[in-house]
Design a binder for this molecule. Structure first.
Ligand SMILES: *Cc1c(COP(=O)(O)O)cnc(C)c1O
Length: 383
């Protein structure tokens, strides 16, 4: 078997799910002549996404990281300021803070959801204020598709006068308290990376209800060009816009978003059934996931009750050609952020040690799903 065939056969965590509708719209974009870089597909994609998330404005960008970077600049992040980030997240959240020159401060998470712990956040904000530090923003992350507890977080941030930038890279299509993911905070960032609920192969979006912010972000993301016949620049800009061809992919994916989320949800339900009677194993973020997009399903394994580790299941899956992965390694434990400040309880460390994300993609074929379920069942019968 060639290497290519082998990679094809391996069951991946969350591969892109694209088909004939995506092909049709990409071809349409190419034939329309709108290749470089902006065009009508970008405008339509932005309108569609604003509507979907209940926002006034949406700016299509080259990645979710770019959206976070510009959102943080707009929030006033710069050298000498502090931005609070949950330690349980993907590195992009913290990296975007560093791009601005601000200092990331890591706060631990809630055991059930893995999301930013509101009480701990309040303590961190109080401590930092007492020390005379300037905290400009908090970036709650909607971990694995579960919205952060905005009901608790937003009033705390408001009381401290701190801007909320919502990292909704993983949560498009989810809801919290009846409101869509991406609608919380002054700004929110979406990601259309290849592994997310929907993809533009690479891309992101900044969402806001503030017209001036949207305008500034459009300007900064197109090299901060002043309106003049020659290119005039009064500040540093970025090349962060999404291309029209990729927006075509996005429009097709957005049409299929609900259907794709339904598939992830039914996979989640299969896992819930599979682990239902296993003492010491819980399906992460379940129950309470009725409003979630179920981006990734993970299990949390308590070895004192199971006698086996999450890593043992990972190895068994790997041997069967099935990808699985620990939860995000907490930022405070990453070598690059070793010297960063943080407020920790040990929850994120524990989730990292005991959690395992399982194949969750909407493109999984029935035969692949069966292989995953069979492999887990056999593992559970053996241990
Ligand atoms: C994927 C992701 C990002 C970054 O998005 P890109 O589009 O890959 O730049 C940011 N934050 C979180 C939590 C993510 O999962």
């Amino acid at each position: 078997m060639s290497a290519v065939q082998q990679t094809r056969q391996r069951v991946l965590l969350s591969p892109p799910d694209v088909g004939p509708r995506e092909e049709e719209l990409v071809v349409e974009a190419v034939r329309s002549g709108w290749i470089a870089p902006l065009g009508p597909m970008v405008d339509a994609f932005e309108r569609g996404m604003a509507e979907r998330t209940g926002r006034q404005h949406a700016v299509a960008l080259s990645s979710g990281t770019a959206a976070l970077h510009l959102a943080l600049l707009e929030a006033g992040a710069k050298a000498g300021t502090v931005v609070i980030v949950p330690t349980m997240t993907f590195a992009a959240t913290a990296n975007a803070v560093v791009y601005t020159g601000a200092e990331p401060f890591f706060v631990d998470c809630d055991e059930e959801t893995g999301n930013l712990d509101p009480e701990l956040l309040e303590r961190a904000l109080g401590d930092l204020r007492a020390a005379g530090e300037v905290v400009v923003a908090v970036v709650p992350v909607d971990l694995l598709g579960r919205c952060a507890d905005y009901t608790a977080l937003l009033p705390i941030c408001e009381r401290f006068g701190v801007t909320v930038v919502s990292d909704a890279a993983e949560s498009l299509g989810s809801t919290h308290a009846g409101r869509p993911a991406g609608s919380f905070g002054s700004t929110a960032a979406l990601s259309f990376n290849g592994n997310k609920v929907m993809t533009t192969s690479g891309g992101g979006m900044l969402l806001t209800d503030d017209a001036a912010t949207a305008e500034r972000v459009r300007y900064l993301s197109t090299q901060a060009r002043q309106p003049s016949v020659h290119y005039e620049h009064t500040e540093v800009g970025y090349n962060y816009r999404l291309s029209n061809v990729l927006a075509a992919l996005g429009i097709a994916q957005l049409e299929r978003l609900d259907e794709m989320i339904e598939r992830r949800r039914s996979l989640r339900q299969r896992y819930v059934k599979l682990f239902a009677d296993r003492v010491g194993v819980r399906v992460f973020q379940h129950p309470g996931d009725a409003g979630d997009n179920c981006w990734l399903t993970a299990v949390v394994v308590d070895p004192q009750h199971t006698g086996w580790l999450a890593g043992d299941l990972r190895k068994a899956l790997d041997v069967a050609g099935i990808e699985s992965r620990p939860l995000w390694k907490p930022m405070h434990a990453q070598p690059i952020f070793r010297s960063a400040r943080s407020l920790l309880t040990g929850v994120a460390d524990r989730l990292f040690d005991t959690g395992l994300t399982l194949p969750s993609g909407s493109a999984l074929q029935p035969s692949q799903t069966e292989r995953v379920m069979r492999t887990v069942t056999e593992f559970l019968g053996r241990v």
